[in-house]
Design a protein around this ligand. Structure first.
Ligand code: NAP
Length: 288
């Protein structure tokens, strides 16, 4: 069977290495980015650069979107010069951004009206996982579309999970974000205690990282905090977006979420203090 022709929209921190991994795996990839200069490194690796979203959509069987937030996915799909203008019946849209589950179900229904399937397939694993092709990918939508797209997911990730019907991938991702964000707060607060107690952070991380307190956040963000490296892999701006989405979900369900509420108010304070473009480990600065 011929490899699927893939269109890729959104060449940010995550999208660029993901598109590069699809090229490396032998897929034909067309790319589009709102800021066109970000397409050049992908063009050098063999990608076809499209000047408009409808052009990209009409020449692709599968279109991946990896943009920021719910309104951005809506604009890319249904804006006046959006993908929907060019998508052909039988095409599949895979949104890999982290956005609202309920909006996702709405977008999927609108695309279905023109014979286009949509999978929601948000990821976890950060920039490192995107570069290494080791992302965790949680997929919602029709199982037939998922099976057709599985080879593509295999080029991007190591753990690929089919979570259920439309919106299930995004719901799973929000569970991931609640656990990750509360763990981030634990790491930042713990390391604040280490500093206030005049402990060496690197030595402390060595001791606690190997025991019951060990986690992805400890192993990946702890050393960055120790080195004073607050550059973004995952920005505070995006972390706030995900905790806000989780908080909205809890509210829709009428469920209690004290940790999520606390984390949202801390992240809102970080944004008010102008820390939004720091990496999420920059929460350490807020507690200073
Ligand atoms: P990013 O570096 O900020 O890149 C965002 C990309 O989306 C850029 O290419 C941007 O285009 C494009 N974009 C945003 N709004 C747009 C719009 N309205 N129309 C057209 N293009 C638009 O973000 P990222 O870190 O790659 O994250 C992308 C998604 O993955 C987010 O939903 C994030 O929550 C999720 N995610 C991120 C990480 C991480 O560690 N970074 C991990 C897991 C999941 P321009 O270049 O023109 O700005």
């Amino acid at each position: 069977m011929e490899p699927l022709k893939i269109g890729f929209v959104g060449l940010g921190v995550m999208g660029s290495p993901m598109a590069a991994n699809l090229l490396k795996a032998g897929f034909g990839v067309s790319v589009y980015n709102r800021t066109p200069s970000k397409c050049s490194p992908l063009m050098d690796r063999g990608a076809n650069v499209c000047k408009s979203l409808p052009d990209l959509a009409s020449s692709s069987r599968v279109v991946i979107t990896m943009v920021s937030d719910t309104p951005d996915v809506e604009a890319v799909l249904f804006g006046t010069e959006g993908l929907a203008k060019g998508l052909q019946p039988g095409a599949i849209v895979i949104d890999m951004s982290t956005i609202s589950p309920s909006a996702t179900i709405g977008f999927s229904g609108r695309l279905q009206e023109q014979g286009v399937s949509m999978l929601d397939a948000p990821v976890s694993g950060g920039e490192t996982g995107a570069i290494a092709g080791t992302l965790s990918i949680m997929v919602g939508g029709a199982q037939t579309a998922y099976e057709l797209c599985k080879p593509l997911f295999d080029a991007l990730g190591r753990t690929i999970v089919y979570a259920g019907p439309s919106g299930s991938g995004q719901k799973t991702k929000l569970v991931n974000q609640v656990i990750g964000a509360l763990n981030l707060l634990a790491v930042v607060e713990g390391l604040r205690l280490a500093t206030a107690s005049e402990l060496d952070i690197e030595t402390t991380l060595k001791a606690v990282g190997a025991g019951a307190a060990g986690s992805w956040m400890v192993s990946n963000l702890g050393p960055k905090i120790a080195m004073g490296d607050f550059r973004p892999g995952f920005s505070i701006r995006l972390q706030q977006k995900d905790v806000r989405l989780a908080s909205e979900c809890f509210s829709e369900l009428g469920a209690n979420a004290p940790g999520t509420s606390l984390m949202l108010s801390l992240l809102n304070s970080a944004l008010e203090k102008g820390l939004g473009e720091l990496g999420n480990q920059g929460l350490y600065q807020l507690l200073a």
